[in-house]
Design a protein around this ligand. Structure first.
Ligand SMILES: Cc1cc2nc3c(=O)[nH]c(=O)nc-3n(C[C@H](O)[C@H](O)[C@H](O)COP(=O)(O)OP(=O)(O)OC[C@H]3O[C@@H](n4cnc5c(N)ncnc54)[C@H](O)[C@@H]3O)c2cc1C
Length: 409
């Protein structure tokens, strides 16, 4: 298909990892509109560190308006409420309708409560920096209230659940009033990664005030407790929801093939029913299952942009090739894990590698900001990291402890 337009209108829905990467690859020879209800790009892989004050919300955020306008594109700070693939329109939450020639859906995924009663009302989400700040406030309020026992329940022992647990231990492991429960319907932690990782984390936590509850099916989340299908229950002062994802509601009615938490795409990242709708990042269900990772979302965003350029020029599209990316998982200041396939390396020193990934990518994205802003945000990120993380945590470990915890699992 060759678009008979000198300047095709490309709309990108969502401006985080995949959407912003795509926007940065499209030149001013296209009319590009980027839509997102949030004002800032957010580095989600480190938001859990707000819990332990190792990161601030500002050190994980960059202004979307500034970056997108410097790219020469238009930023619309609203949410999309509907997409009509046949009419080629996007409707915003203020009922405004925009026409597009090519659309990129890069809006991630939404929280799923699996229909559990009370989950929406009483369990705090953990998907954005605002969510984490709310949890931080709840814990501070519970501590300040003078309670003698505070139960924090983490629902979902996946990647996020483990990182939340680690940050709680980094900050509160000396406070014997706190007890943390990690609850999952699976028989172990992080089902998608090797079993030995789960065993090592459980082992590392055995001297802390933590209980793991596996194979547990939740029937109801109440204000101050959680009920299970086996009629047991757990007291809860703070319930954190780090389980389950689904397709965002606004995509429910789009007339193309869907999966439980994404839109089905072909290898060119096109939606099944519309050749001019591309999907990238967590919103996309690729023919082969892909991990929901920031690096993969960025690769998909870049690839979708390149295919959109080919599509507009009537050229043949190229299939997306997935590069095997290792995963770095942190358990607070206790340990950090490097996982690639079946290989699992553990060492507190890997915290520096995880931090370096964050610093390098944020510095790269900051080049889209005016020089003065980019330098000052870089300086504050590096200072905070050196002061709160590397100097305070990694380098304080004695060589013996460091060696004990560093190993190939
Ligand atoms: C706590 C946590 C820890 C994580 N840790 C890691 C990690 O260590 N390593 C790793 O690789 N990955 C990690 N991830 C996963 C990673 O963040 C995601 O894979 C990545 O964010 C996906 O990028 P994306 O661009 O597809 O979607 P997102 O980053 O979710 O961005 C979606 C964007 O779309 C916008 N949007 C949503 N709805 C609408 C709408 N209706 N209209 C317009 N815009 C909309 C949102 O505001 C957002 O800006 C973590 C995620 C979380 C939540």
């Amino acid at each position: 298909m060759i678009l008979n337009k000198t300047k095709p209108h490309i709309i990108i829905v969502g401006a985080n990892f995949s959407g912003l990467t795509a926007a940065s690859k499209l030149s001013k020879s296209y009319e590009v509109t980027v839509i997102d209800p949030t004002e800032n790009f957010q580095w989600t892989p480190n938001i859990h560190e707000i819990l332990s004050d190792v990161k601030k919300q500002t050190s994980l955020s960059l202004s979307l308006e500034t970056m997108i306008s410097r790219l020469g594109h238009r930023f619309v700070n609203r949410a999309v409420s509907a997409i009509d693939g046949k009419m080629q329109t996007v409707t915003l939450d203020d009922q405004q309708t925009l026409n597009y020639d090519v659309l990129l859906i890069a809006s991630g995924h939404a929280r799923s409560n699996y229909g559990i009663k009370g989950a929406d009302e009483y369990a705090r989400g953990f998907r954005t920096a605002d969510n984490v700040i709310q949890v931080h406030r709840d814990i501070t309020a519970a501590i300040d209230s003078g309670k003698r026992a505070i139960n924090i329940n983490i629902i979902g022992g996946g990647f996020t659940g483990v990182e939340v647990l680690g940050e709680l231990l980094r900050k509160y492991s000396g406070d014997k009033r706190l007890h943390i429960n990690v609850i999952d319907s699976a028989p172990r932690l992080i089902q998608a990664l090797p079993e030995k990782l789960s065993s090592d984390i459980v082992e590392r936590c055995k001297n802390h005030q933590i209980s793991f509850h596996f194979n547990k099916k939740i029937t109801e989340v109440k204000k101050d407790s959680i009920a299970f299908s086996d009629h047991e229950s757990l007291d809860s002062d703070i319930t954190i929801w780090s389980a389950g994802t689904k397709l965002p509601d606004y995509l429910d009615k789009i007339d193309t093939e869907k999966s439980a938490n994404g839109l089905a795409v072909n290898t060119y990242l096109q939606a099944k029913s519309f050749s001019n709708i591309f999907v990238a990042g967590d919103s996309a269900t690729y023919p082969k299952p892909l991990p929901k990772q920031a690096s993969i979302a960025m690769d998909m965003g870049g690839h979708a942009a390149a295919n959109i350029v080919r599509f507009c020029a009537g050229k043949a599209l190229k299939p997306f090739k997935v590069s095997a990316t290792p995963v770095l998982l942190s358990l607070g200041d206790i340990n950090t894990y490097f996982i690639q396939g079946k290989l699992v390396l553990a060492s507190p020193m890997l915290a520096a590698a995880k931090e370096a990934v964050y610093q390098v990518y944020m510095a790269r994205l900051s080049t889209l900001l005016p020089l003065e802003q980019s330098c000052s945000s870089l300086a504050s990120r590096v200072t905070l990291s050196a002061e709160k993380l590397l100097l305070a945590e990694v380098f304080k470990l004695r060589p013996k402890v460091l060696l004990q915890r560093s190993k190939i699992l």
